[in-house]
Design a protein around this ligand. Structure first.
Ligand code: COA
Length: 158
């Protein structure tokens, strides 16, 4: 399908937690959630219908996506996580992971991919990244995460 790995290994829980920590934008609670999604998926826990694409680097994981079908929608999918190690930013890895995820979603019958992010200044690269990859900015919900930290909703018809 692509050059990325989709099977999870036991050590991915710690490696992906380290990766998302290194990006510097996620809270401890969000990092714990990222970790939980890996563990629940790897163990096949009920409701853990998450899909992963992982870019293995030489000594670490360089980037990954986590996405899945949105329950009770007509083949809409959501990108739950995308993160690239800061040492690999702006070399096209994020785009390659996103395109491979879109391709996989299409293959599964998905027609749309949505991505939610923050309106905070430190998420400006993420918002530019989505726009640069053909995502429309659909809505902003002010103060959604916290005062001054709104929700920004992007999406793309695949
Ligand atoms: C968003 C993220 C995944 C992008 O990964 P990346 O590998 O650096 O992105 P790419 O190199 O594929 O960039 C593709 C295009 O997106 C845009 N873009 C990416 N980062 C950008 C930045 N910091 N500033 C401006 N534009 C940016 C550019 O148009 C870029 O093309 P170009 O480099 O040819 O100009 C990465 O910055 C990241 O991991 N951020 C922290 C985690 C995060 O915010 N995740 C998303 C929100 S949940």
């Amino acid at each position: 399908m692509n050059q990325f790995r989709n099977e999870l290994k036991e050590e991915d829980e710690a490696s992906l937690a380290l990766l998302v920590t290194r990006t510097g934008v996620f809270s401890d609670e969000e990092i714990a959630i990222a970790r939980d999604l890996v563990r629940e998926t790897r163990l096949g826990m009920p409701g853990a219908d998450y899909l992963f694409l992982i870019a293995d680097g030489i000594a670490q994981i360089d980037g990954y996506t986590c996405y899945g079908r949105i329950p009770a929608t007509d083949n809409r999918f959501e990108l739950y996580w995308i993160a690239v190690d800061p040492g690999s930013h702006r070399h096209g890895l994020g785009r390659a992971l996103l395109e491979a995820s879109e391709q996989d979603v299409r293959r599964r019958g998905g027609t749309h991919l949505f991505a939610e992010t923050s309106t905070r200044d430190d998420y400006a690269p993420a918002r530019r990244f989505y726009k640069a990859n053909g995502y429309s900015f659909y809505a902003e919900v002010p103060d959604f995460h916290a005062d001054g930290d709104g929700l920004a909703i992007f999406g793309k018809r695949l």
